[in-house]
Design a protein around this ligand. Structure first.
Ligand SMILES: *Cc1c(COP(=O)(O)O)cnc(C)c1O
Length: 420
């Protein structure tokens, strides 16, 4: 459930008509609803309330906006980071270093040192050499880094190939069969406290069966390690729960997911860690855009909007679906293609789609754009970097400015050898 709804004929975010945001900030612009973020955080937490020890780390890569992180920090969430840039954001938003988990297959040595120095709560180690490096750096600093070993359970999450991460040929984690020997070697190192295992098999998952299989495999590994004498006090179950990009296709609810987790993990006796991203932020944001032209096409008209693939990359990158709705619908429908201004045929949000009838000048939104939206934005075609707004009841604030071409140009330099 979200807080974007039509009231008096106008789509509102909470109590703010989106027309008011377009007037004040211009378009395109991402609009987030604080109440929706909070609701999703609570629904997720409540779904896990039967479990004993739970730590939730929001996957910051899904939406790293400081205001968004601040809302989630206030809900007690930590952060799952994949770079020290994200670590800085998490800390700046008020998350505690000890509540931060550092994932990712290519943490640089510099990043590892920075994160050890900051005292982050957990490193999710993706390969043996990385664990050795963490141990050496920590020992040199007189510290002990807490870590878990990320394993690749070789389970097909049944999602898009670009967001599948748990197949044996994917770049993430160590092969589950080799995990015991690698874990044992790392556990023997000074500077490193190996405390458990982690997995994350993919994103936008609709079918719980593969996650359940992967969890069972990782649980068996954790029990095997404990039986071998290692102190195992946590298992990190990753993120990946899907969201309904299309109104009539519903993923499993957090409650159903929580029941599955409770069933699979009931004898583990560990702290369970979760790294949800999309399920928290996805439906808490829309991308507000204005129709520039409705251009006649061969089969269907093209609705050309002022948002483009540089603002919302998911359709171009993953063939993703985002519902498109008029901000002031007139009750009529049309079938159209929807595209942005960027000079790429891939800058197309939808083909042959039945949508609210719109004309030039109308406002519309792409729904479910709160996750993997603004964070993937670029300035391709020398377009401004898209801004972000957060709504709170009847109030709203710009939480990321539109970075204009002038500012981007100011960061570039023509070298002396070209000045004559
Ligand atoms: C991307 C990612 C997540 C979050 O995935 P969602 O599908 O957004 O829930 C969690 N953990 C890791 C390690 C990730 O890479």
């Amino acid at each position: 459930m979200d807080h974007f709804a039509i009231r008096d004929g106008v789509l509102h975010a909470e109590d703010v008509p989106l027309t008011a945001i377009a007037d004040a900030v211009g378009t395109p612009v991402y609009v987030y609803s604080r109440a929706t973020l909070e609701r999703h955080a609570r629904v997720f937490r409540d779904a896990l309330s039967d479990l004993q020890n739970v730590h939730i780390a929001f996957a910051i890569k899904s939406n790293p906006n400081l205001a968004v992180l601040r809302v989630l920090a206030r809900e007690g969430f930590g952060g799952d980071i994949v770079s020290t840039g994200e670590m800085k954001r998490a800390l700046a938003a008020g998350m505690k270093a000890r509540d931060i988990v550092f994932s990712g297959v290519g943490k640089t040595r510099g990043e590892l040192r920075e994160a050890i120095d900051a005292g982050i709560g957990q490193f999710n180690i993706e390969l043996e050499e990385e664990g050795v490096a963490i141990a050496q750096f920590a020992a040199k600093m007189g510290k002990t880094a807490t870590a878990v070993l990320r394993v690749n359970p070789d389970v097909d999450a049944g999602t898009h190939a670009k967001i599948s991460t748990g197949l044996k040929d994917n770049k993430f984690g160590v092969p589950i069969g080799r995990a015991p020997e690698i874990f044992a070697r790392l556990a023997a190192l000074d500077g490193l406290a190996m405390r458990g295992v982690a997995l994350h098999i993919g994103s936008q998952i609709f079918d719980l069966a593969p996650i359940e299989r992967a969890y069972a495999k990782v649980g068996a590994l954790a029990m095997e390690l404990r039986a071998a004498g290692f102190e195992i006090d946590r298992v990190d179950l990753g993120g990946g729960l899907g969201v309904p990009y299309e109104r009539d296709k519903a993923p499993p609810t957090p409650a159903v997911y929580g029941e599955m987790v409770a069933r699979v993990t009931k004898d583990w006796d560990v702290t369970l860690m979760f790294e949800p991203g999309r399920v928290i932020a996805g439906n808490a944001g829309v991308l507000l855009t204005r129709v520039i032209w409705v251009k006649p096409g061969v089969h269907r008209p093209y609705v050309i909007v002022d948002a483009a693939m540089n603002d919302l990359a998911r359709p171009a990158m993953y063939d993703a679906w985002h519902d498109f709705e008029a901000v002031e619908p007139v009750g009529k429908r049309m079938v159209a293609n929807i595209a942005g201004p960027v000079c790429e045929s891939g800058d197309t949000f939808a083909m042959n789609r039945e949508i609210d009838a719109v004309k030039a000048g109308d406002l519309a939104v792409f729904r479910t754009a709160g996750a993997y939206g603004a964070t993937m934005a670029s300035t391709y075609n020398s377009r401004a970097l898209v801004p972000e707004v957060m709504v709170d009841g009847a109030a709203f604030a710009v939480v990321a400015e539109r970075v204009m071409p002038e500012a981007l140009i100011a960061a570039e330099h023509v070298p002396d050898f070209l000045k004559d």
